[in-house]
Design a protein around this ligand. Structure first.
Ligand SMILES: Cc1cc2nc3c(=O)[nH]c(=O)nc-3n(C[C@H](O)[C@H](O)[C@H](O)COP(=O)(O)OP(=O)(O)OC[C@H]3O[C@@H](n4cnc5c(N)ncnc54)[C@H](O)[C@@H]3O)c2cc1C
Ligand code: FES
Length: 268
């Protein structure tokens, strides 16, 4: 695992659905991507269904959509999707053997913990995939990690059943801590601030994590999301403001960015 990018081959590739399953509020998609390089935790792909994309329902979706790798090895990729619009709705209807256009792996991955710091992985909702990928990579490297996951309710938290030892929080208190996942993060930082924080989730949650890290002078690596038209630096549709002024493109300068480098994370 390194912060150097694994570079995507030029052009999109045809991947094939190996399996798909529904877990609570989410869909898990397994793809065979025989010709692509393996992704690193934090990297993402631009995905589009092989057919039925760019037509129907007001001609949407037209552009591919960005998805974090939840795992990837030996020519197999895993993704977790939440249906929020036409792209995710179409991808969630894919069945075994159907084709998917994949461009990736894209973006900068998570850098490994430094100075003997312990890794605190804090995810909100659909921010889970890159952190699950990271927690497996850290475990394989012999490094301990604390995994903290926050969800809206029990239907969304169901997916966490597969991650033994994860600390859970729900907004409605139906599973784990009744409150925000950032409450759990603050408690871990109170107990031992010699840590590095890895986070992914909705903008409000990432902004809370950014503030926690900056206030406590703890390194924070945030996997950001932004509306993306291209995924490779051409459209400038994905910019975020930097602490020192100016902007960075989430797709090529991120999606993983240092908390201290960022100005306030804009709401979606
Ligand atoms: C680097 C990256 C990694 C991502 N990883 C995942 C993932 O692993 N799983 C997953 O389900 N989604 C992920 N997303 C988000 C996903 O790409 C968007 O939600 C996508 O727009 C969904 O397409 P759609 O056609 O279904 O909905 P759209 O019609 O595009 O959007 C539906 C709703 O979601 C809002 N929205 C769209 N994009 C975003 C965004 N980036 N942030 C916040 N709100 C948004 C819109 O305002 C709208 O309300 C990721 C995005 C990025 C940039
Ligand atoms: S998505 Fe086009 S520049 Fe980032």
């Amino acid at each position: 695992m390194s912060a150097d990018r694994t570079l995507a081959p030029f052009g999109r590739r045809r991947a094939v659905v190996v399996s798909e399953r529904r877990v609570g509020a989410y869909s898990i998609l397994e793809l065979a991507d025989r010709d692509g390089p393996a992704p690193q935790p934090g990297q993402f792909y631009m995905l589009a269904a092989g057919a039925g994309w760019g037509a129907g329902e007001d001609e949407r979706p037209f552009l591919p959509r960005a998805f974090s790798a939840m795992g990837g090895a030996g020519g197999t990729l895993w993704f977790m999707l939440e249906t929020v619009g036409p792209g995710t709705r179409r991808l969630a209807t894919l069945r075994k053997g159907e084709a998917v256009w994949a461009l990736g792996p894209l973006g900068r991955p998570f850098a490994r913990p430094e100075d003997g710091r312990r890794a605190l992985l804090c995810g909100g909702g659909i921010g889970l995939p890159p952190l699950v990928f990271l927690s497996g990579a850290l475990r394989d490297a012999g490094l301990d990690a604390v995994l903290q996951l926050g969800f809206r309710d029990a239907a969304h938290a169901q997916v966490a059943a597969g991650f033994a030892g994860a600390q859970l929080a729900t907004d409605d208190g139906s599973v784990g801590h009744h409150g925000l996942v950032t409450d759990l993060l603050a408690a871990e930082l109170d107990a031992d601030p010699h840590a590095v924080v890895y986070a992914c989730g909705p903008p409000g949650m990432l902004e809370a994590v950014r503030r926690l890290c900056v206030a406590r002078d703890v390194p924070g690596r945030l996997a950001l999301e932004a509306g993306m038209a291209c995924g490779y630096g051409a459209c400038f549709g994905c910019v975020v403001p930097l602490a020192g002024g100016g902007y960075a493109r989430v797709c090529v300068d991120g999606p993983v960015m240092e908390a201290a480098a960022l100005a306030e994370i804009p709401a979606a």
